[in-house]
Design a binder for this molecule. Sequence first.
Ligand code: RTP
Ligand code: MG
Length: 139
Amino acid sequence: MATNRTFTMIKPDAVKNGHIGNILAMITNAGYQIVSLKLTQLSVKDAENFYAIHAERSFFGELVEFMSSGPIVAAILEKENAVDDFRTLIGATNPNEAADGTIRKMYATSLGENAVHGSDSDANAAIEGAFHFAIREQF
Ligand code: RTP
Ligand code: MG
């Protein structure tokens, strides 16, 4: 499997609850190289654009409000099989269904406030990384 990239955000709940360091440690301990990293905050418009795919879903308003509610950590990560392995590392969307030892099981608050984002495909990883980072910030 070729080395490739995924994109993640540590969401406002996990930043607020002091979990940045522990989550980054879990990510690097799982073999990911951090190739881009920043603390930033999404505007309402940014969050609407980032999650545009969910615009018709009932939870969209709640999701946009939450994701723009405070600082997040954005990162591009590199490893073999990056996208799929990262989805395994973070666990199910609903932390009640997330496997033991996953980031969401350990640090998520609820279905809506679930600590981390992970790209769902190589194509979306590239789009989402470019949303947050200039080429010169991708190492
Ligand atoms: P993400 O995109 O953030 O990595 O999460 P995911 O793939 O596991 O889940 P997705 O279906 O893409 O949903 C995006 C985010 O929307 C929130 N959500 N709320 N209240 C609800 O029913 C509900 N369902 C989803 C979650 O924060 C989810 O991560
Ligand atoms: Mg998703």
